[in-house]
Unconditional design. Structure first.
Ligand code: ZN
Length: 511
């Protein structure tokens, strides 16, 4: 067991590759496990994250959990961009944070703090593990200036508006964006870039000077003038500072594959005096799409996680929705789809709740008697399962996750285990617990009640519902069906549906 190598799709080579750590450690020695160093492009904190953006962090979290499962000592970095990200992908437009601060007439630092906090709350609600580092871009400006000074002579040129990177000075610029041809790539840059004086359309600002006569809330002195770092520079610098080049894996949304990441790569090549990209594997999750168009920003219903919660959905239903699709596939969002994901999660939780509390105690004992702590979780789980149906299921689960994080298959394996008959319940629980360290659905602590629909605009409290249901139960015992039906109608008028007889249903449902 655990001979199955972890294979990941590398956007740079456009194929699956076996993960080979840059820092292999000493195999078999506790405390000296091989490392996995992962950098994930984080949010620009000028607004609440859209659930489509959050998909990128669920994906990065599943990657990190899988690396831990396979026995690697994970160091994960997710940055917070609080300066330098323009409203346009090009080098024009305003800084997203400066613009929002001006609109709201607030300090840019307050804006950044507020939306960083909101982002962290979403991260927590989605059960995404804390990375080792959350670097904030403005804390790294001196290092960014040093990095830029290092590459300026050979790779950059100055214009009035700032310091620009000459993309012709590095090998194979834009290789990552090979989905489109070099010419198309150039014309795409030409379309969005009109900065005068640039040598090539793809050249980009690594330092932007504050235009004469203007004042920015965030600006720093530099050898090129007073201004702010470019967004691409920030990620190169924080990655280098915290993980060192080369590190193992760089992740981000697929929207970063055409411009942001090729630009990071160009800077890394310049900094390292090498053709290497700075990370061994580049991974990108696909988009969340919403085809009906009903939920676009223009309809006023901005799809942030809190909206899902306000409509009554548990946030982990969205995590389930993400796991149901492979990260490289588009994921279509609809309320019906979210409802189906919630039901799927609920079915699992009900099965697990049905296992005896005594078995949960046995599970704890099992954890204590686990074999050698230096074994990867995957191998440990297989060792105690010791073959049999559970052991085979763990191997299939491991194979699915090792196959470029195939969560849709892994989920079905977990569901099979939850439905197994004639298997010792404690063993079942232990297997589910092990698999859930990778999927992160919190299956052992969620309850049926916690997954109940809880719309924010409900006109009746849960306590009132429970009281009415108790009265109804009493009426039914007394065979007073008129009273019982009256209570049902009373509740229905307040949006409560009573669900008798559905083994996987709730006793009632709101909304
Ligand atoms: Zn980035």
């Amino acid at each position: 067991m655990n001979d199955v190598p972890l294979k990941l799709f590398n956007s740079l080579t456009r194929k699956q590759e076996v993960f080979t750590p840059v820092h292999p450690g000493t195999p078999g020695v506790a405390g000296q496990e091989a490392e996995a160093r992962v950098y994930t492009c984080g949010p620009t904190v000028y607004n609440y994250p859209h659930i489509g953006n959050l998909r990128a962090y669920v994906f990065a979290d599943v990657l990190g959990r899988t690396l831990s499962w396979k026995g690697y000592n994970l160091t994960h970095v997710i940055n917070i961009t609080d300066v330098g990200h323009l409203t346009d992908d090009a080098d024009e437009g305003e800084d997203k944070l400066e613009k929002m601060a001006a609109q709201k007439a607030q300090s840019i630092w307050d804006i950044a703090r507020h939306y960083t906090q909101a982002y962290w709350e979403d991260i927590k609600a989605l059960n995404i593990r804390q990375p080792a580092h959350w670097p904030i871009a403005t804390d790294y400006v001196p290092q960014m200036i040093e990095f830029a000074k290092n590459i300026a002579d050979k790779h950059c040129y100055e214009l009035e508006s700032g310091l620009y990177f000459d993309t012709a000075t590095v090998a194979e610029y834009g290789q990552l964006a090979r989905a489109i041809t070099a010419e198309e790539h150039e014309s795409e840059h030409a379309r969005i870039n009109t900065v005068e004086g640039k040598r090539h359309a793809a050249d980009f600002a690594i330092w932007r000077n504050t235009p004469p006569g203007e004042m920015r809330q965030m600006e720093w002195e530099s050898p090129w003038g007073r201004g702010a770092p470019g967004w691409h520079l920030e990620c190169s610098v924080m990655g280098e500072e915290l993980l060192g080049f080369p590190f193992d894996i760089h992740t981000g949304g697929i929207d970063h594959r055409e411009i942001h990441h090729p630009n990071e790569i160009a800077q890394n090549q310049a900094f390292c005096h090498s053709d290497a990209s700075g990370a061994n594997i580049w991974m990108h999750n696909n988009f969340l799409v919403e085809r009906s168009g009903k939920m676009s920003k223009s309809s006023g219903e901005f799809l942030r996680l809190q909206l899902l919660i306000d409509k009554g959905y548990h946030p982990l239903a969205y995590r389930m929705m993400c796991l149901q699709a492979h990260y490289r596939s588009e994921l279509e969002f609809s309320w019906e789809g979210l409802g189906a994901a919630l039901t799927r999660l609920k079915r699992l939780v009900i099965r697990i709740e049905g296992l005896n509390p005594h078995d949960r105690a046995a599970l704890d004992n099992r954890a204590d008697s686990a074999p050698a702590a230096d074994m990867p979780a995957s191998a440990r789980a297989a060792a105690w399962a010791n073959g049999g149906r559970i052991g085979q299921a763990i191997e299939r689960f491991d194979a699915a996750m090792s196959d470029d994080l195939n969560t849709p298959i892994a989920l079905t394996v977990l569901e099979e285990v939850a439905a197994f008959k004639k298997v010792e319940p404690a063993e079942k629980l232990a297997a589910i617990a092990a698999m859930d360290t990778v999927l992160g659905l919190n299956l052992l602590s969620l309850t049926r009640a916690s997954l109940r629909m809880r719309p924010k605009d409900a006109i009746i409290t849960e306590a009132e519902i429970e009281t009415a249901l108790a009265r109804r139960k009493e009426a039914r015992v007394q065979k007073d069906f008129t009273a019982s039906d009256a209570i049902r109608d009373e509740l229905a008028a307040k949006g409560v549906e009573i669900m008798d007889g559905d083994p996987f249903g709730w006793d009632w449902k709101l909304g």
